[in-house]
Design a protein around this ligand. Structure first.
Ligand SMILES: Nc1nc2c(ncn2[C@@H]2O[C@H](COP(=O)(O)OP(=O)(O)OP(=O)(O)O)[C@@H](O)[C@H]2O)c(=O)[nH]1
Length: 331
């Protein structure tokens, strides 16, 4: 994963290959038993195919691919030889990519599995050569089928799973710092048409082989109008099995109250947000000595309605446990 702009939707024009023409060739060699019509079939036009790749996390690699064209089928020729099939064009996408018809906005399909392939523009069938049309009444048909024309359309690819874990917290809670210690790769997000707010997002590596995406969700708490727009745009994309991680600093005057305020903001913003699993990370706990921590723990055990844990990004405390807990909640 390289750094760069994060893109979660891309528009492009796709066209399949047209089918090759059937041949209307007539063999005129005198003593050839196979004389007569011997025109071969046209080859199939290439498909445009969308394929799931679990190692991709963004649509960035497609950002500048405005026109996709699969290869045309070759024409049939003499001696019943069939034209070659046009080359398929395979577009690889991250899992969770939704493909829409741009014109109608209808969802065509969604790619959810590694290696899954769906044809988005079907290659035209090749036309039949003239020998197929030989009959008792017409020994030398001069007719062969044309290939089926290509199919073209405008499509929009949209990445639905933008984050598995959404970070919620007031400014200064330590969201950026936590992201920076938890994540292995940080694709920068930019180029949003409607706002200058940039959500912070990272890929968390979990026990060598697993990964999940963690992102802060800007604009919910800040309340700026354009921020709300962006927040909505992102939240819309968060899958149902995702988790909300509330980040509240250990030195907050009343952790329980801060949690309630954040929760209320979310509720007013979009009640569906409350359907997600939630956990609290009490951040910056390096600021507490053991005694204070024990006191706070006793209090929180009694008051907080959801699971919580202490973390410190700076002192790297509780980070592995946090990953374990999040992973358990996600799976
Ligand atoms: N002591 C201590 N300070 C921390 C820790 N994590 C973050 N901070 C400090 O808290 C301040 C805010 O941290 P950020 O990570 O920028 O917080 P944020 O939530 O991303 O803030 P916004 O970008 O304003 O939303 C910074 O001065 C950090 O250095 C921590 O684990 N311990």
């Amino acid at each position: 994963m390289t750094e760069g702009n994060f893109v979660d939707y891309v528009k492009m024009h796709v066209s399949s290959g047209k089918g090759g023409k059937g041949s209307a060739h007539l063999n005129r060699e005198k003593y050839n038993a196979k004389g007569g019509p011997d025109g071969g079939d046209g080859g199939r036009g290439g498909h445009v195919i969308i394929k799931g790749n679990e190692n991709l996390w963004t649509l960035l690699h497609l950002k500048f691919q405005r026109h996709i064209r699969a290869g045309h089928g070759g024409d049939g020729s003499s001696n019943r030889s069939t034209g070659s099939d046009g080359e398929d064009y395979i577009i690889e996408v991250p899992l969770g990519t939704v493909i829409r018809d741009t014109e109608t906005n209808d969802i065509l399909f969604e790619i959810t599995e590694q290696g899954e392939e769906k044809i988005v523009a079907e290659g035209g069938k090749g036309g039949l050569g003239n020998w197929h049309f030989k009959s008792s009444t017409n020994q030398t048909p001069r007719y062969a089928q044309p290939g089926i024309p290509l199919e073209e359309k405008d499509i929009t690819l949209e990445l639905k799973v933008l984050a598995d874990v959404g970070l919620v917290g007031f400014p200064n809670a330590g969201k950026s710092t936590l992201l920076s210690v938890m994540t292995a790769a940080k694709p920068k997000i930019a180029d949003y048409e409607f706002t200058t707010l940039k959500p912070n997002l990272g890929i968390v590596k979990y026990r060598d082989y697993q990964t999940f995406v963690m992102a802060d969700i800007p604009g919910i708490i800040e309340g700026a109008a354009e921020g709300k727009g962006l927040g909505y745009y992102f939240l819309r994309h968060i899958e149902r099995n995702s988790v909300l991680l509330f980040l509240i600093p250990a030195d907050a005057p009343d952790i329980n109250k801060q949690y309630e305020i954040l929760l209320d903001e979310l509720r007013r913003y979009n009640p569906e947000m409350l359907d997600k699993d939630r956990m609290i990370a009490v951040s910056k706990c390096d600021m507490l000595d053991d005694e204070l921590k024990a006191e706070l723990k006793q209090e929180l055990d009694q008051t907080l309605p959801i699971p919580y844990l202490f973390i410190s990004s700076v002192a790297q405390q509780g980070i592995t446990t946090l990953k374990d807990k999040l992973w358990d909640m996600l799976n």
